[in-house]
Design a protein around this ligand. Sequence first.
Ligand code: SF4
Ligand code: SF4
Length: 436
Amino acid sequence: MQDQQQLKGLELLQQQTLDACTHCGLCLPTCPTYRELGLETDSPRGRIYLIQAVIDGETPVNEDFAKYIYRCLDCRACETACPSGIHYGEIIEAARAIYEMNVERPKEVEFWRNLVFNQLLPYKDRLDILFGLMWFYQQSGLQTLTRKLGLLKLMGKMGEMEGMLPKLPNPTRKAEIRNFMPAEGKAKYRLGFIPGCVMNQIFVDTNLSTIRVLNKNGCDVMVPSQQNCCGALHVHNGAYDTALKLAKQNLDAFDDEVLDAIVINAAGCGATLKEYEVLMKNESEAYQQKAEQFCRKVKDISEFLAEIDFQSPTNPIKRKVTYDAPCHLVHGQQVQSQPLELLQSIPGLDLIPLRESDWCCGSAGIYNILQPEIADKFLQQKIECLTETKAEIVATGNPGCLLQIEAGIKANRLSMQVMHPIDLLDCAYRGIDPLA
Ligand code: SF4
Ligand code: SF4
């Protein structure tokens, strides 16, 4: 057992954050892992007990601890259910950072973690090369050949991940996002926009839709070039030091800009950006102040549009659409009605309610890669709910959810498309049928 005094990272978790839990258990029925696995240790309350036991030195930081804290989706449904206002995301993320700081992972795991978190995500140019190669692989016919020859099965985990890859956009599209994109007509707002790292590689068209919608609604849009990956995947997976570096880089990138808001269209990234204050709590006063100002300005695109009373489109979209709420929007940011308001503003759109729309689809950052069996169960439950709606389009505002639901739709051979709500609003403004 580790000596509690020697554990690194304990300063990341304040006792009062844990003390907010009164152990009432009201969160248990809303927890996907508790519903699926039926164990107290896979519930929010059980994990809080476990983390407290580690802090008190009663339980070691070992593989068992990792099993339970990494089986959590970090979906934060427990935060919405909790009458005591628990900051559960902060607790689980600190617990993971404490684990990673104190336990040496097997070499292979360490290699992948270092590659993804430290060598790829923080470097836009490396991501450009990687996704450029993957685009070439898809366009050149190599992908078709690899699949026909059954080579993916020989590639193990890499093969499984390749199977989840959607059709990538032409990499040159990214050049259309410039540092300054002016409002249509007289500017009423001056905004910062964060295109994201993976979001900008896979869903650059959604970023371009977002900017067009903002410009149409009287917003000058700035995209400071020094900004970087928000660090959400790092925060969710205990890669604390890199998360801190990325957060500081983003705080510096937006420091000199006079902005009304900083807009993001990826729910997971938005939740992390809004919590930079938590990341900065042990840093210098200057960074704490920067974070306080920054966090106040960060808005999800649907949240911002609802606040400014956006222009309702006049062109109809005569399609059956259902909405799946990303966990980090509905629970992590408590942005609940705004995406629905945005969809309801589109004339002719038939918005069909989705059962369990606020339950996790199993994507949860890279949970579907780390815990594929449990994630598949959550995805299958989501697909059953989606099938009931008979919708033509499922709208959801997070890259992980877009990818996960698209994979589920393909695997189940459903005739349904998955799109970001902002793409639908953009189509309505432009008079385009989103399925044409
Ligand atoms: S974050 Fe989600 S999976 Fe984790 S304990 Fe809370 S409700 Fe359960
Ligand atoms: S997290 Fe909240 S709802 Fe869950 S047991 Fe603790 S106090 Fe109760």
